[in-house]
Design a protein around this ligand. Structure first.
Ligand code: FAD
Length: 435
């Protein structure tokens, strides 16, 4: 007879401390097996077999496995579909309840509904908890009960609601004795899953107070290390957002504002999942995109002849990171100067960004293209040269990524800013006028 256990299903929350689902699981009456599914539905879609995010996840699981071994427990990692995983877990253990943190993305919602049904049919409870954000779906709404679609009033309400309770860590460590005792189980190798190891120089999870304290002064300067690079850790839950928001609240309100943007876009994706395919403002789906493939390729490769755009794209291609200011400039350039559908750019970022997150990526792309909720108005077309003068005046960032800037080999601008701007305004205006 297999042992009766509770499972804690880890997904975007790869840590053992300050973890809502793990806390509730360990406090329950049955010993806990933490489980993780290398989901083939997601993995099979990744083009790059050296995708560094897969390496990061696996490395993180290995580190967790070491910690768990000291506590006498083990992760049980499955490679396959979530339904096959739960078939497996429910035959190997006598599962009482499955605990997990809520994942707000449309695919995750479907996956959880189907796993939940499977478990229910077997008489197993599936309990989910808020963990990934400070306030989720319906916690910050307008007075009339509708979701906000504009950031500023949302952020005011968010800040007014914030108090110590929402930032309190879950004291998971108090219940560490309640892991189900078993020998460490092997974690499938990258090779066994069809992947190879990617480069491992991932951003550190340790960020100095001084960086956060100065954030409002440094965040817009791509030439210096003025932002936290914690995006990836927030994405995979290798840092607790409560812990970070508490530091933000103490040290720098501008920085806290960024975490509010994160909650905002998660809330938008939850209430308006159609944004994955469509513009938030439907009239913008009438834009007559040029979608020139050769031009798209030049943008991807950082060969547009606009140094700040090229620097950004090359930073992305080389490191899996791009500074936020430059993400805005490159996204604006693609959608306005080149009139290429924001969905193309969004997909390219999704493939390359280590911190890729559907809600944030989609929300920000729609913002840059002018078609999102609370978007920059379409007639605001970033001028790459002026942006460079303001935010990279000594070309520190540009020269780092475009060392051949002054050489004849560097391409001439592929479009003239003023002409491209006029063209964009005409095309956008026509689309909006049609509705
Ligand atoms: P910091 O400036 O140190 O901010 C801390 C954290 O706050 C970030 O890690 C992130 O979790 C959150 N945050 C900051 N700005 C935003 C924002 N505008 N929207 C939502 N959350 C924010 N962010 C992602 O996390 N994933 C994405 O896939 C993503 N795609 C983007 C695409 C475009 C076109 C643009 C313009 C922005 C995108 N962003 C995305 C938002 C932002 O650029 C990154 O969060 C930030 O650059 C990550 O660097 P950092 O960790 O140093 O952030």
């Amino acid at each position: 007879m297999p042992a009766t256990v509770n499972l804690c299903w880890l997904r975007r929350d790869l840590r053992l401390l300050d973890h809502a689902a793990l806390y509730h699981a360990l406090k329950s009456e049955h010993p806990v097996v933490p489980v993780f599914v290398f989901d083939t539905v997601i993995l099979n879609d990744l083009q790059d077999k050296r995708d560094r995010r897969v390496t990061f996840i696996r490395d993180t699981l290995e580190a967790m496995q070491e910690q768990l071994a000291k506590l006498g427990g083990s992760l049980d990692v499955f490679y396959g579909t979530p339904s096959a995983a739960f078939e497996h877990y429910t035959t190997h253990y006598n599962v009482h309840t499955v605990y997990a943190n809520i994942d707000y993305e449309p695919y995750a919602r479907e996956r959880d509904a189907s796993v939940g049904k499977f478990l229910k049919d077997k008489g197993i409870d599936f309990k989910v908890f808020k963990d990934q954000v400070i306030f989720d779906t319906n916690e910050v709404l307008k007075d009339n009960g509708e979701p906000y679609t504009v950031y500023t009033p949302y952020s005011k309400k968010w800040r007014a609601k914030l108090n110590d309770f929402y930032l309190k860590p879950y004291p998971v460590e108090k219940y560490f004795r309640n892991f189900y005792k078993q020998k460490s189980k092997p974690i499938p190798s990258l090779r066994a899953m069809g992947f190879l190891a990617g480069e491992r120089d991932f951003p550190t999870v340790k960020v100095k107070d001084s960086l956060i304290e100065n954030y409002d002064k440094t965040r817009d300067l791509p030439g210096i290390h003025g932002t936290t690079h914690l995006g990836m850790h927030l994405r995979f839950g290798t840092i607790s957002v409560r812990e970070l928001a508490e530091r933000a609240n103490e040290l720098n309100q501008t920085f806290l504002g960024e975490l509010i943007w994160r909650d905002f876009f998660h809330m938008i994706l939850w209430h308006y999942p159609q944004v994955v395919e469509q513009s938030f403002r439907k009239e913008y789906d009438k834009i007559n995109w040029r979608n020139n493939e050769a031009e798209f390729k030049r943008w991807c490769e950082g060969e547009t002849g606009y140094p700040i755009v090229d620097a950004g794209m090359r930073e992305l291609n080389a490191t899996g990171f791009m500074h936020n200011r430059v993400r805005m400039i490159t996204a604006s350039f693609l959608t306005k100067h080149l009139l290429i559908d924001w969905r193309w750019g969004e997909a390219y970022f999704a493939e390359k960004l280590l911190d890729y997150d559907l809600a944030a990526n989609n929300g920000n792309w729609q913002w840059a293209a002018g078609c999102g909720c609370d978007a920059a108005p379409y007639f605001r077309v970033f001028n790459p040269s002026l942006q460079t003068e303001r935010f990279d005046p000594d070309l520190k960032y540009v020269r780092r990524w475009v060392p051949e800037l002054d050489e004849l080999t560097y391409p001439r601008p592929m479009v003239i800013h003023e002409e491209a701007r006029k063209r964009a305004l005409e095309v956008y205006k026509r689309a909006v006028a049609k509705s």
